[in-house]
Write a protein that binds this ligand. Structure first.
Ligand code: 13P
Ligand code: SF4
Length: 358
């Protein structure tokens, strides 16, 4: 394989790193040449509302190199709806909410998955694709919900509430999923809870998601005090002030927000549900009560919609950048692995969710 610094050490032996199995590639020239400008021009059209023309020569060589390397590596990029516009629109092969990404991860043909999102998402892809190589461009991309609970915490809850089924949000580590009966996402949490025979259900670790689910089921919901650090910052008063200033504005909120926020919203759904609402309803002005990259990501597809943006960014999602994605593909870093003893029960919990017929 031309361009390899290291002769490809395709030792498929146990313990070989991804770099050893696939080899390391030389860093490409990142000049903004006329060819790069020409080939990346269609991508720029999708992000021109967000990236000033003068800045495009910084991004374009990365977009060009990443798209070329994906083919060379037989890699696919899965990106969450909160990734930056240049990732979402210019290098991602598959975009979506947590449920869509988990489902699509099961249908990927490529040998390598580069997960542009946070660590629990990459772990979920690995659980569903144990034979594939899963990379995350920055393994420090965590999540306040995932960090709020450990496997031992769930074992303690199970001791305290024997026989009560455990529904775990996908925003958790594999260790936590391994202690779980079934996973859920914000898109299917009510359906998952309703699918269980028990009258009482542990719905962890997102307290607000659990409170929002509890309002839509007759089951008793027990929860945990985990919160999303992005969504917990929104308040009903803040949103009412927007409504007062412009009564025509539509408010669309994510269910990780406090129930009082959903009370003053016109619609609530997962990130994919929110996008679908905007694309189909075409509100003249809308406020997406969620991570603020999402509005920028879809702006080019809904030019007639004006987004009002109280800009709450997720610092974990924002750890993923074009230069880090390029390094990931060049150096095959950072490889995501899951202890096989944990992977088996964790996979079962995710698969039960994916196979659930809503
Ligand atoms: P969804 O995309 O599944 O709605 O989740 C939002 C989220 O916070 C992921 O980190
Ligand atoms: Fe976690 Fe919230 Fe960031 Fe999503 S937005 S990754 S739930 S901290």
């Amino acid at each position: 394989m031309a361009g390899h610094l290291q002769a490809a050490l395709r030792s498929s032996g146990k313990g070989a790193t991804a770099a050893e199995r696939f080899g390391i590639l030389e860093r490409p020239d990142l000049a903004y040449t006329p060819a790069v400008a020409r080939e990346t021009a269609p991508f720029y059209e999708k992000v021109r509302h967000f990236i000033p023309e003068i800045e495009w020569p910084v991004h374009a060589p990365y977009v060009h190199a990443i798209n070329r390397l994906k083919k060379e590596r037989n890699a696919v990029i899965l990106a969450h709806n909160y990734q930056t516009p240049e990732i979402y629109n210019c290098v991602a092969d598959i975009v979506g909410d947590s449920l869509q990404l988990a489902r699509d991860a099961t249908t990927v043909d490529a040998e390598i998955i580069v997960q542009c999102g946070v660590h629990f998402m990459a772990e979920t892809s690995k659980l569903l694709n144990p034979q594939k190589t899963v990379l995350i461009p920055d393994g420090r991309a965590g999540c306040s919900l995932s960090e709020s609970i450990t496997g031992e915490d769930v074992r303690e809850l199970k001791r305290r509430y024997p026989g009560v089924p455990v529904v775990t949000y996908v925003n958790t580590s594999a260790d936590v999923k391994a202690e779980t009966d079934i996973c859920c996402t914000s898109a299917n949490a009510v359906d998952v809870v309703e699918s269980l025979a028990s009258d009482t259900v542990l719905c962890i670790p997102d307290e607000y998601l659990a409170m929002n689910v509890a309002r839509r089921t007759n089951k008793k919901i027990l929860t945990w005090a985990g919160h999303c650090e992005v969504h917990e910052r929104f308040t009903a008063d803040e949103l009412l002030a927007y409504k007062e200033a412009d009564p025509s504005i539509e408010i669309v909120a994510h269910p990780e927000c406090h129930p009082s926020v959903l009370d003053v919203s016109d619609f609530s759904g997962s990130t994919a549900g929110m996008i679908n609402y905007v694309k189909t309803k075409r509100p003249a002005r809308v406020l997406l009560v969620t991570e603020c990259s999402m509005a920028s990501n879809i702006q080019s597809e809904v030019k007639d919609v004006e987004f009002v943006k109280p800009c709450n960014l997720c610092p974990h999602m924002k750890r993923i950048t074009l230069p880090k994605i390029l390094d990931s593909l060049l150096f095959m870093t950072e490889e995501v692995t899951v202890d096989p003893a944990i992977a088996a029960p964790a996979r079962l919990a995710v698969e039960r969710m994916i196979n659930l017929k809503a």
